[in-house]
Design a protein around this ligand. Sequence first.
Ligand code: AMP
Ligand code: MG
Length: 482
Amino acid sequence: MDKKRNRWNISNSYSKLPKKLYSKQQPEKSLNPEKIYFNSNLASELGLNKFSENEILDYFSGNKIPNGSIPISQAYAGHQFGRFTMLGDGRAVLIAEHISPHNKRNDIQLKGSGKTPFSRGGDGKATLSSVLREYLMSEAMYNLGIPTSRSLAIIKTGEKIFREREYDGGILTRVSSSHIRFGTFEFVRNYCSKKELEIFFNYVLERHYPDLKSTKNQALNFFDAVMENHVKLVVDWMRVGFIHGVMNTDNMGIAAETIDYGPCAFMNIFNNETVFSSIDRFGRYSFGNQPKILHSNLVILANTLIPLVSNSEDESIELLKDRIDKFSNYYNEKWYNMMFNKIGIINPKYEDRILVDSLIELLSFYKADYTNTFASLTMDSEYDDDLFKQNDFKKWRLDWKQRIKISNNCEENFNLMKLHNPIQIPRNYLVEIALQNSINGDYQKLNELLKIISKPYDYNKQTKLQKTPLGFDDSYKTFCGT
Ligand code: AMP
Ligand code: MG
């Protein structure tokens, strides 16, 4: 094991689990790798910032495996658009579990590194454009302060891959506190023995929720913790207008980090029904449905825990049901608290919910830009759009001002708002220009955008609001982009 700082610090734990849970897997070699991005900030955090250019190319193209590591692809299942399916890492290889200098275990995974036993007819590859998109969006989420997997490197493989036409292939090095999914629990519950489920559960507890080890009903408390953390996560998505796009249970990390960036996008004009994903024809994963989908996914997770909660199935179901029944109130409370932060209410009262509800109604009715409305309120300035011209909104603003003034001095309120209302998000039209230019070899726009999203709450330096071209989002479609 290489224990030197600023180098790999490998510890294989997943491959000690029952063999059904993974398949030993070497990534395919890249013939002509080219470094496109190496995230040096993240590399420093991980203690991986002393690699030479050749080492970066070797490790993150799949051409070399860190010493002592056992690369694997993980098995998992999942409910995709409501249907149970056997899945697994079809185009990803976990090349290392790396312990950072702060003693944190990280999965280092190559995405797009070739076929695995879970590829199900796919080529195991990823387009350069799709991995650039993931790099950009995950960086945006990280900078917004939202738990997420991160992107350490992007390599252009030099290979052409085929989708509806020929594209450049890319490999993303993804870093996550693990890639264990709700769907991994579904896999173990459906295809493994009770003993194996127990071993797996103990592993997950030790890795992600060690404080619960000393508690009486670990599985029940684990469920509560996962629910709490996911509510926090989804509330954060709702705060910034993030639409994940494919909230299938295989894309929900047990550590409650945003993972599996596919057709995700940010909502500009406020509308709960917003959907950008080309495959989401019925709006299942629309902006406003995200909490409902979280609830159904938690029910699926709860089902997998039944054998662990109690020896009596009936009792398990009753206990888990009791927890699930708390979801709606719990979510609502957290969502309103988040909205109170967005409008700077420091000591909220129950009746303040009316202020939130009426603002949401106004945003929706006047088709206002979600980010810019809150940024303008934060700066206490007018925004040149329909909403700000309306008498009912002017009235709302007066009521709101009245409310925050009576409770506190306003500076504190605005400071609170500055922490919760981004002024910059990756606008869809900017994302598309940046990606289009990049696949033609010009990375300037992407670099500019990475800079724009690097300090989303910096109200000192940036006061100019982003305007999206009228109508752009109406026909905007995102793709799984495999
Ligand atoms: P995703 O839509 O990225 O969450 O992927 C859903 C499932 O399809 C996962 O099991 C992936 O590993 C698999 N998959 C996606 N793209 C490919 C590909 N190009 N080749 C093989 N498997 C893939
Ligand atoms: Mg996925």
